[in-house]
Design a binder for this molecule. Structure first.
Ligand code: BLA
Length: 504
């Protein structure tokens, strides 16, 4: 069978999305050298704010274009602390603008939102903060991940006014599962859907480790170029990784169009410094968010990440204490009865501890089994295969037939296998089996069509339809949790000690 292309790691995964000399048009961007604060690059949309074109700004000090007070504040802020992004307000003529200053090694990058600050707007910090306070205490009260995500979707939709807010979690292959959704009735529902990893490939995901959100207020924007195109300090395209204004990859603009979305915002959820999931917000029409609102998303991102981490830790601790208690009971029973194998095979033994439905102990070419296990002939084959692996540590798989094709014949009872080697050289093992758990994935559109190439084999497009596409997955069991494998490893050492110090 031909292996499908992994577009997440290949192709889409190699797009250099941070190196672009274009920005989105809701703001302007300046690159300033940090000695005399002279403008060295400017986006070609400066006239609306500064009354001067990019080419007239370049070569002049920024002090000539902003109020004296703003300039003094600016210089002061640069001497404060080591923050890499400094937010401030610049007064230009009669208007005040939100500005983000990014400190780069050789220069300063300034992002300025074109929409002047309006003191009468209902998106003042205090108003947004009050809404957030309410949401924060509601989130605090939730007890499960599903409950947290459902509440987050509902509250963020209410506060931000987006037409749809979804919370999705990445799996081990970086596919995303929509766990919660709050939406207007005319928006398509993606609740329960899975989206392939290449929809948001590695370079795009990695940026969330540096920035908490990505905002695209209007996918129909006309990209604005920087002048000059090449940064004269670095002699290359400027790295816009951390800039909100960074222009959007064309494939993603098309993707949003195919989804019927004009504005999009996604905010990270982290777990132990890795990307756990995203909060994806969609709007049918353009939607600009004030600095107060994006800051709210930033803060909520941290709060939600802490909450999810704490809930996951609780589940882990509960699972670990059940395992620890079960393990201690087992060891005690083994010492009491002085019968290793029969105690492991007993009702309160390993099957119970490791949540399996069948177990076999292989010793001296013979099998002793309980529960649902493969036929003796199949066990013989399995032992031959295991022999070639010369196991020294516990081995687990939740998809045995992918590693060992013959196992397809008995995958209904043994899709999952845990092997605790006692003495692999003479084929002595404890084998634990988990049955197949057939599950249906509801893909958001056919994943086979996730990228479409034109005849030239170079021009490509994202898929057109996100209508549910069902895939039945066979040959996979419930996964082995890391703490279960760790307990099995402890048991392997115990068995070794026990067998070498006691006669069985
Ligand atoms: C970006 N893709 C993204 C982003 C999201 C998704 C959230 C971040 C930008 C944003 O917030 O809009 C994906 N959005 C989703 C998913 C859901 C959603 C899964 O709402 C589900 C509910 N995209 C493709 C293909 C490629 C691709 C085939 O479909 C690559 C060839 C790439 N996606 C791609 C790139 C970006 C992206 C390059 C980064 C865009 C950017 O930041 O410039």
């Amino acid at each position: 069978m031909q292996q499908p292309v992994n577009y997440d790691s290949d192709f889409c995964g190699s797009l250099p999305i941070h190196l672009t000399n274009l920005i989105q048009s809701y703001g302007l961007l300046l690159v300033i050298e940090p000695v005399n604060y002279t403008i060295v690059q400017a986006s070609e949309n400066t006239t609306v704010v500064f009354g001067s074109r990019a080419q007239d700004l370049v070569g002049n000090p920024i002090a000539s274009f902003i109020s004296e007070k703003s300039n003094a504040d600016f210089l002061q802020r640069l001497t404060d602390g080591a923050n890499t992004v400094i937010p401030m307000v610049w007064e230009v003529g009669q208007n005040n603008y939100v500005v983000l200053i990014h400190r780069k090694e050789k220069f300063l990058v300034i992002e300025l939102e074109l929409k002047a600050i309006n003191e009468n707007s209902n998106e003042r910090f205090i108003d947004v903060y009050q809404e957030m306070k309410y949401a924060m205490s509601a989130i605090e009260a939730t007890r499960t991940i599903e409950e947290t995500c459902t509440l987050v979707a509902r509250e963020l939709k209410r506060i931000s006014g987006f037409d749809k807010v979804m919370v999705y979690q990445f799996d081990e292959q970086w596919n995303g599962h929509v766990l919660a959704e709050a939406k207007e009735s005319d928006m398509e529902s993606y609740f329960g859907f899975t989206f392939p990893a290449s929809d948001i490939p590695k370079p795009a995901r990695d940026l969330y480790l540096r920035n908490s959100f990505r905002l695209i207020p209007d996918r129909n924007y006309t990209p604005v170029r920087l002048h000059p195109v090449i940064n004269p300090i670095t002699n290359s395209f400027i790295d816009l990784s951390d800039c909100n204004l960074r222009s959007v990859a064309a494939v993603h603009v098309e993707y949003l169009g195919n989804m019927g979305v004009t504005a999009s915002m996604s905010t990270r959820i982290l777990h132990h410094d890795a990307l756990w999931g995203l909060i994806a917000c969609h709007h049918k029409t353009p939607k600009y968010l004030s600095y107060a609102m994006t800051s709210m998303f930033e803060m909520m991102s941290s709060i939600i990440s802490v909450k999810i981490t704490s809930l996951q830790n609780q589940t882990l601790h509960a699972s670990q204490s059940t395992l620890t208690a079960g393990y201690a009971e087992l060891i005690e029973a083994i010492y009491k009865k002085e019968k290793l194998d029969s105690t492991m095979l007993s009702a309160t033994g390993l099957m119970n501890l490791f949540e399996c439905s069948g177990m076999t102990i292989s010793r001296g070419g013979k099998f002793t089994s309980v529960g649902e296990v493969p036929a003796v002939g199949d066990l013989d084959e399995l032992i031959l295969w295991l022999h070639t692996r010369a196991l020294k540590k516990v081995y687990t798989t939740d998809r045995l037939s992918q590693a060992y094709e013959y196992a397809k014949l008995f995958e209904d009872i043994a899709s999952g296998l845990m092997v605790i080697p006692i003495n692999a050289a003479i084929d002595e093992y404890v084998l634990l089996f988990r049955p197949e758990k057939v599950h249906v994935i509801q893909w958001g559109g056919n994943p086979e069509e996730r990228i479409q190439f034109e005849q030239d084999q170079r021009t490509y497009h994202p898929r057109h339809s996100f209508k549910v596409w069902q895939q039945t997955v066979r040959g996979i069991s419930l996964p082995w949790r890391a703490e279960q494998t760790a307990a099995a490893e402890a048991l392997r050492s115990f068995i070794y000690e026990y067998e070498t110090t006691l006669v069985r």
